[in-house]
Design a protein around this ligand. Structure first.
Ligand SMILES: C[S@@+](CC[C@H](N)C(=O)[O-])C[C@H]1O[C@@H](n2cnc3c(N)ncnc32)[C@H](O)[C@@H]1O
Length: 332
């Protein structure tokens, strides 16, 4: 490599290191809701910072690495969602804000949504006031007919932006999917429905000025890769039975959500960490086995029980990468 090329490369490396350092600080500090496990040395009740950091990997973009040894079964950190939306079939049976299963289901499908407690109602007041002003039947029916779940997250995020609860660039730091021209043209149709729902509800052009084709497609491109389907495990034996029955009905998910820190975990078909939900959309990241300091923490994005070819197809179509984990390399 020539001296000038070397200089250019080292400038690029140092720039990307600075950028990564800045991004990592941003990810770990600005999302104070992502907490680690108890800080036993100082205040046993107060969570310390999570024992992880975000670094560049060799071949999978950014990834999450352990900053100390993490024991099998240890809770690495929890994470509150940045944006969340119930599945359309669950709108009347889970909390609008945290997706907790409600004890009583709304009787009428036209009835307003419900909250599991006053805190959830209070926290979502600003953007729920926007959401309930508009009629969503055309947008929701379109999503139902096309079996789309992610546009619902965009609708919620748009309401959060209009109300001032979230910034329009909240998800910009996340990796986007590559979109085909066909995908973009379908998104333009959804965007038309979304804009018209707001306009008919007298939300002004100024309030939805951010709602452009560029914004809509860039948010959806990020949601496609980074959203999680929230499946509540519950705490009791009854909860587990209900979950098992629901999985048979393909109704295991109560909704979908996007998180910050969890979005930086890369995939492995034989993962050393996993993400789970107990009672609501607050995610818990746990170690599946002992992890050494400096080791990358990886979760499994798909059903790990599938065969090699099915896993590769799903990861390539859904996430745009070819998996080179040890399990895939051995063609297991
Ligand atoms: C949820 S993001 C994970 C964080 C991402 N690496 C980043 O820089 O933001 C998912 C994306 O990471 C990359 N990725 C995750 N696991 C991978 C793997 N095992 N091999 C190659 N790329 C992977 C793919 O580009 C995938 O679409």
């Amino acid at each position: 490599m020539s001296t000038s090329a070397l200089a250019r490369t080292s400038r690029w490396v140092s720039r990307s290191k600075t950028l990564l350092h800045f991004q990592t600080k941003l990810i770990l500090t600005s999302f104070s809701t992502d907490t680690g496990t108890a800080d036993k040395d100082n205040d046993p009740g107060r969570p310390g910072p999570p024992p992880i950091r975000v670094l560049l990997t060799e071949s999978a973009g950014r990834g999450v690495f352990a900053t100390r040894r993490i024991g099998a079964g240890e809770l690495i950190h929890t994470a509150k969602p940045v944006v969340v939306h119930p599945s359309l079939s669950k709108t009347h049976s889970v909390c609008y804000f945290c997706l907790r299963n409600l004890k009583t289901t709304c009787q009428s499908q036209t009835e307003a949504v419900q909250f599991c407690n006053e805190e959830c109602e209070e926290q979502s007041k600003a953007f729920y006031d926007i959401e309930k002003r508009a009629k969503w039947s055309a947008y929701d029916d379109y999503c139902r007919a096309q079996a789309l779940k992610y546009p619902l997250l965009v609708k919620r995020l748009a309401c959060m932006v209009i109300s001032g609860f979230a910034a329009a660039d909240s998800l910009d730091i996340l990796q986007p999917a590559t979109l085909s021209p066909l995908m973009i043209s379908e998104m333009v149709e959804e965007l038309g429905l979304l804009r018209s729902s707001f306009t008919k509800a007298n939300i002004t052009d100024e309030q939805i000025a951010f709602l452009t084709k560029t914004w809509y497609t860039s948010v959806l491109a990020r949601i496609r890769i980074n959203a999680f389907r929230v499946e509540l495990a519950g705490e009791s034996y009854q909860d587990l039975l209900a979950l098992a029955a629901a999985s048979v009905d393909a109704e295991a998910g109560v909704g979908n959500a996007v998180y910050m820190l969890p979005s930086f975990y890369n995939h492995d078909c034989d993962p050393n960490a996993h993400i789970l939900w107990i009672q609501n959309a607050e995610a818990r990241l746990k170690a599946l086995r002992d992890v050494e300091e400096g080791e990358e923490l990886r979760i499994c994005y798909i059903d790990a029980s599938m065969g090699h070819d099915a896993r590769q197809t799903l990861l390539s179509k859904g996430f745009g990468f070819q998996c080179n984990c040890l399990r895939c390399l051995s063609r297991d």
